[in-house]
Design a protein around this ligand. Sequence first.
Ligand code: MEV
Length: 466
Amino acid sequence: MGSNRQHLRDSSNRQLIERRTRQEEKSDTTKPSNISSFYKLTVDERLDKLKDFSGLSNDEVELVKSGNLPLSSAQRMIENVVGVLPIPLGIAVNFLINGKDYLIPMAIEEPSVVAAASHAAKLARLTGGFQASSTDPFMIGQVQIVRSKSPKDAEKLILASKKEILDRANEQDPVLVSKGGGAKDLQVRVLPTITGTMVIAELLVDCRDAMGANVVNTMAESVAPMLEKLSGGRANLRIISNLADKRVARSSVRFSKEALGGEEVVDGIVDAYAFAAADPYRCATHNKGVMNGVTAVCLATGNDTRAIEAGAHAYAARTGHYAPLTRWSKERNGDLEGSIEMPVAVGIIGGITAVHPTAKICLKILGVKTARELGEVIASVGLAQNLAALRALASEGIQHGHMSLHARNIAAMAGAEGETIDQVAAAMVSEKKVRLDRAKELVAQMPVSKNRTAAHQEANQPKKHP
Ligand code: MEV
């Protein structure tokens, strides 16, 4: 018990020292990410800022702009390729995480998300930004053993051969092992199920800077024959678990009540959180708001968004009660305090991150040095996104911001061009009638020449902030 406590103390001291060292490394190099009126700039002006912030080459800037994914690369990613599907890539500004400035690339089709994250980060900056931390990057590889005559004996025999099993697993990836990663531990569970009692052997693999699905699956497959021999059963599934509860990132933040619009707004946000904590119908939407940010950064950096989503929601339900990934409370002085904890099984090497040209550039824009750092950034973006949604919901409502951009899309669909798009959109928003039929009526009322002559200006028109 005493040595356990000592171990915990040592490990938390180690984490603290690591965090400090990382903060020191981070703070000396970056430029400020609070680029004034970024949203008002043209695309080319934004790219200039990005180039300056992240040291992108001209070729990289061109690649970001075009979003080009060569068919030859696409063909190496999936089967039966017929094309590519581009979606918008935006940059959330203002993020300050552990004292380091980040510009955050977000790939997402939903209006308002990038603006909302930027706005929340702007308010967070006033009170020191986000404080983030993370565990070591451990993933779990499961081997399911069925039809063992004595699952209890199998458990003992497997655990008695732990070293040999870990050695076999580690033979699969000497490079990972040389970098300090690899299979570090093995745990066994005897699991009653509807088809009989099973033995579940779980490898704990430190994946370092890789997401790890490939290496973990390879390791699980490699040890399966040994496990069959030891258990007298049959190895069925051999696969990673996406409930990555040993690879968790945390972030916390404080917002002053003044920045949020007063104590009433703070109370509204805390009540919104309480609603989510008590009700799964609201909680699913609360966590969807978190994942708007999380998934957008994962997609931009070439990470497996489905794995992250699955892990996040399973983690949210780990107690048997589906709960919010974030927490919000009011401080004594009326300020708002928030935190997030979630699994972030992301990598910065291997997989798509290595072959997708834009994903590689997005990682460069972020300037993250490790997968853990990327996880901490992602958790902070999720927290910011949730704050922005709750603040809007608890004050003016979400539709105002959402509708401004949505209205532009509807106006364009109705045939508006150039500055007419903004005029039709503004009219619909002020009438609170953002509908295609109304947009068509408004377009019909516009002088034809105005609609046409303005069309060529559209490409460089600064967008309205939602
Ligand atoms: C919409 O994409 C996300 C929100 O519904 C999140 C929430 O309700 O908290 C606004």
